[in-house]
Ligand binder design. Structure first.
Ligand code: ZN
Length: 121
């Protein structure tokens, strides 16, 4: 089990500021099976908070997404978002490179990446 999931304040930070982010279909086949996973934010490395939002995680491959809006609260879009992978907690922080421009999802099923996601309550 991931020991970094056991922080006292139940927050985990994932630093992907030096990774190339790819928006891919679920590597385990079929669609990403996204479930709600508490809250989270996206921060620039040594910079500002870009977004405070909802955290989702694929229960197959572990892909994490932090998004502005939650399909589990009836939203038909995610808004500004970013993905990552790693452990999660009740509060998950994704660190991105300074100057990162967050992609925006205006409608679920808007593109192939989002078509490859099932939102499983
Ligand atoms: Zn997946």
């Amino acid at each position: 089990m991931c020991s970094s999931n056991e922080g006292k304040d139940n927050t985990v930070t994932i630093d992907i500021s030096e990774e190339l982010v790819k928006y891919l279909p679920c590597p385990l086949g079929g669609k990403h099976n996204m479930r709600g996973n508490g809250s989270g934010d996206i921060r620039e490395k040594k910079g500002k908070v870009l977004l405070k939002g909802h955290c989702f995680r694929c229960d197959k491959c572990g892909m994490i997404m932090i998004g502005q809006y939650s399909p589990f609260q009836g939203s038909n879009k995610v808004g500004r978002y970013h993905t990552g992978s790693g452990p999660v907690a009740n509060y998950t922080v994704i660190i991105v490179a300074k100057g990162t421009k967050l992609p925006v999802n205006n409608r679920l099923n808007e593109d192939n990446f989002f078509k490859g996601i099932v939102w499983t309550a």
